[in-house]
Design a protein around this ligand. Structure first.
Ligand code: FDA
Length: 389
């Protein structure tokens, strides 16, 4: 196939670009991925012995308030009426999250009204009133008061960052949500749900087009295939969704990421924790949370003989680890500006997605950004001769 457009990375950003370019613009698209499956981090598969769908790269919950994105994704999949709720285990007790009136009343063994709870938290947060917190610990206390901060946030954040919150910049958090109602719905978006027949069926439908040539196990930087960087550079327009620092051979240094080690276990019981996600904010366990996948699809007739759980351990990524969350230090931001300058100078290459822009993007954000890129950059180039840059 002689491609009109090469898309590097088949995550939701790359898939959306490829699908739109093929369907709407009639282009021949080569969609390459170095992994052996499509879908990037949204990929899921059935655990072999139980048939339970497991999100291979950590829990993925779809939610959006963007009408265009919602209409678009519904062309490829229906969504269940799953509503995400999270619980947290502190000192041997389970509390609802995010912090809400239920959490507060359980924690203080009280029956506060919304106004009473608000007054209490305000009073506790007053401990550091009028100060300008420089570290995350002080900021957390100033936002929600010491008791709730120390129970639910302090050690959880410390585990996520492998760093004592006293040594983390206050800028990591702007607000800590506290709800003065019993609403413990995790997301506030208009639409929410999980793909009815799984993520992979959805993602495969997006790529299922005669004008899209999917090449797996194909790294853009490996020579020896027709869509390698060496083969297409300056010849064919490229949408690149891999790591931006890798593209420029780390010329401005490595951008730092956090990664998660995922430990999966199949247990010979029907139900381990009764909920899809339970956080572990105490310092005596080193994982941050446990997922139990059967609870993402209560509508499915899963086996009652076994369940699949996954423990998450957070740490700084090293070379070769999966980059998950940008660390985004001041030094990272300086490097990113330099990479953005380099990216602007690249002929016929557009950078997009989580890795290509060094920005955490939820799925709906990745899809929305890809639709905009097609509208604003790719369509004008192919229909009006605008340059791609
Ligand atoms: P993504 O990382 O998915 O895809 C990039 C692809 O590029 C990968 O498949 C990679 O193999 C490929 N690639 C990289 N370099 C290459 C090269 N040199 N050659 C060929 N291919 C290359 N969102 C949400 O809405 N709800 C949620 O609950 C979650 N949960 C969540 C948990 C965790 C742990 C993470 C890290 C992320 C989420 N997300 C999420 C975010 C979601 O995964 C995100 O929206 C998508 O990853 C964005 O898609 P991209 O296409 O940008 O990247």
């Amino acid at each position: 196939m002689n491609a009109d457009l090469v898309v590097v990375g088949s995550g939701l950003f790359g898939l959306t670009v490829a699908e739109r370019a093929a369907t709407e613009l009639g282009l021949d698209v080569a969609l390459i991925d170095r992994r052996s499956h499509i879908g990037g981090n949204a990929y899921s598969e059935r655990e072999a012995s139980t048939g339970i769908e497991v999100h291979r790269y950590g829990a993925h919950l779809f939610h959006t308030s963007n009408e265009r994105v919602w209409d678009y994704v519904n062309r490829f999949t229906g969504f269940t009426d799953y509503v995400h709720r999270v619980y947290t285990r502190h000192h041997g007790e389970i509390f609802p999250m995010p912090i809400n009136l239920g959490t507060i009343n359980q924690f203080f063994r009280a029956a506060y009204s919304p106004a009473e709870a608000r007054a209490l938290i305000q009073e506790q947060a007053g401990e550091l009133a009028g100060t300008d917190p420089q570290n995350l610990n002080d900021k957390g206390i100033q936002l929600i008061g010491r008791p709730l901060y120390e129970a639910f946030i302090k050690h959880y954040t410390g585990k996520q960052w492998q760093t004592d919150p006293k040594d983390l910049p206050a800028s990591i958090i702007n607000r800590l949500p506290v709800r003065y109602t019993y609403d413990n719905r995790y997301f506030n978006d208009k639409y929410e749900g999980l793909p009815v027949d799984g993520y992979t069926a959805w993602l495969e439908r997006m790529a299922d087009h005669p004008k899209i040539d999917v090449r797996l196990d194909t790294d853009f930087f490996d020579d020896g295939h027709e869509y390698s960087r060496a083969a297409v550079s300056g010849q064919v327009p490229v949408v690149y969704t891999g790591p931006v620092d890798r593209y420029f051979d780390y010329a401005e240094g490595d951008l730092s990421w956090r990664t998660i080690d995922l430990e999966q276990e199949v247990l010979p019981i029907e139900d381990f924790q009764g909920a899809p996600v339970i956080n572990y904010p105490d310092p005596d366990v080193d994982f941050t949370r446990i997922l139990e996948f059967r609870h993402f699809h209560p509508e499915r007739d899963y086996t009652k003989d076994a369940t699949v759980i996954m423990r998450e351990f957070s740490r700084f990524a090293e070379k070769g680890d999966e980059p998950y969350y940008p660390v985004n230090t001041t030094v990272d931001r300086e490097k990113l500006l330099k990479y953005r300058d380099l990216a602007r100078g690249e002929d016929k290459v557009l950078f997009g997605g989580r890795l290509g822009t060094y920005k955490y993007l939820d799925m709906h954000m990745a899809i929305g950004a890809a639709l905009s890129m097609v509208d604003n950059k790719i369509a004008p180039h192919f229909t009006g001769g605008a340059t791609i840059e």
